[in-house]
Design a protein around this ligand. Structure first.
Ligand SMILES: Cc1ncc(COP(=O)(O)O)c(C=O)c1O
Length: 390
């Protein structure tokens, strides 16, 4: 497959390409440090442990986390979210979340509602994905334990004012879980200043690492029940999961090679800065939205280009089913976008696209302006061809 000719606009699912250092770091780790971390005292095992610690340090710098050991690695955002939700919530607890959430928040919550009897309130956003914070505040009651919000919608690109939600949570003694799947590496995140108690993030999207990486920040005052129990290489004589972090939340051998790549991705983000990355992605998003908005029959979803948002452009093409549109974009024009229902049925309800789903194009930091032009021209051509044949 000639990847040179692909126009990749599916960065919201997994970012691609990666900074060159990522692949190199993974190769180097495989050659020099791919022993079992935390399990042995021989030279290569120590090197493997160091790989994990270097990654934690870089992540702690990025999210302004004081103690790197408050970060537990995870396979992806979903595992991190499950560790947070299943580890924190007890029967009778109340959780407030929004209609914007990904199934990775909603499904664990619904499973907990069914299995242990938690209460869940969904605050409806408007069609642009904006959460009314006064509505969110009104839902708080004496059993409310947690507010869980996505930092940015994977359907609409809307940004949730997490710091304001954090202030509301703090004022009412409620914990805050943030799903940073679409914001880690793109928007500035300061867990202390934003009042975040739990931060779930992927390694394979904005942090530019490989798949199979991600993590969860857990505030030092929180003790979650681990999602998984097992070998940690520490306190091996005890039948209990250790209480020391990060081992408490990292049962089993970690993805050392993947984390070597993730560390390099995070270092790239730190060097470029989230401010520059976000600004660049916003420019590309605006260019794409302006281009698409001028095409008859194309409807854009989410906040307009003038609004601060992440690089997610969902749209409808009149006369095309979104999956048909993405198939044609791929096969005829070599452009990779995503289509369908983006794992957020309530989000589609809010946006009014429950029946249709949507095409989603998500440029990334490495997208070129010429690639945006190619996508706009392809959509234009598809719409013109349809008009001619009708
Ligand atoms: C907002 C949001 N939450 C959670 C997820 C799940 O992420 P992962 O695939 O890393 O588990 C995604 C994935 O696209 C997402 O966009």
């Amino acid at each position: 497959m000639n990847t040179q000719s692909i126009i990749y606009m599916d960065n919201a699912a997994t970012s691609w390409p990666k900074p060159p250092g990522v692949t190199e770091a993974m190769k180097r780790c495989m050659r020099e440090a791919a022993a079992n971390p935390g399990r042995g005292s021989h030279e290569m095992a120590v090197r493997a442990s160091r790989v994990l610690f270097e990654g934690r340090k870089a992540l702690a710098r990025l999210f302004r986390i004081q103690n790197p050991n408050d970060i537990a690695y995870a396979l992806n955002t979903t595992q991190a979210l499950n560790t947070a939700l299943q580890g924190l919530l007890k029967p009778g607890d109340h959780v407030i979340t929004t209609s914007l959430e990904h199934n990775s928040v909603r499904r664990p919550l619904e499973a907990l509602r069914r299995k242990i009897g938690i209460e869940v309130s969904y605050v409806q956003t408007n069609a642009q994905g904006t959460v009314d914070l006064s509505k969110l505040r009104q839902e708080i009651h004496s059993r409310t334990k947690l507010i869980a919000v996505t930092h940015s919608s994977n359907l609409l690109g809307t940004i949730t004012p997490v710091g304001d939600v954090g202030a509301i949570a703090k004022a009412h003694g409620v914990k805050l879980l943030v799903d940073a799947a679409q914001s880690a590496g793109v928007l500035d995140i300061d867990v202390g200043a934003m009042g975040i108690d739990l931060l779930a993030f992927p390694g394979h999207k904005g942090l530019m690492g490989p798949q199979g990486t991600g993590g969860l920040y857990i505030h030092p005052d929180l003790d979650l029940e681990p999602l998984m129990y097992g070998g940690t290489g520490s306190s091996s004589e005890s039948p209990e999961q250790p209480t020391a972090r990060p081992d408490r939340y990292e049962a089993g051998t970690q993805n050392t090679v993947g984390i070597a790549g993730l560390t390099e991705g995070v270092k790239f983000v730190l060097a470029e800065t989230t401010e520059r990355i976000h600004r660049r992605e916003l420019e590309l998003t605006r260019q794409l939205m302006e281009g698409l908005r001028g095409i008859p029959g194309v409807t854009l979803l989410g906040p307009g280009p003038e609004t601060e948002r992440t690089a997610i452009v969902s749209f409808l093409m009149e006369g095309f089913d979104p999956s048909e549109a993405s198939f044609i974009l791929d096969r005829q024009f070599g452009i990779a976008v995503r289509s369908g229902f983006h794992c957020t049925p309530l989000g589609h309800q809010s946006a009014g696209t429950t029946e249709t789903g949507a095409v989603r194009a998500s440029p990334g930091y490495f997208t070129a302006e010429s690639e945006i032009v190619s996508l706009v021209e392809a959509v234009k051509e598809m719409m013109a061809t349809l008009r001619k044949t009708n």
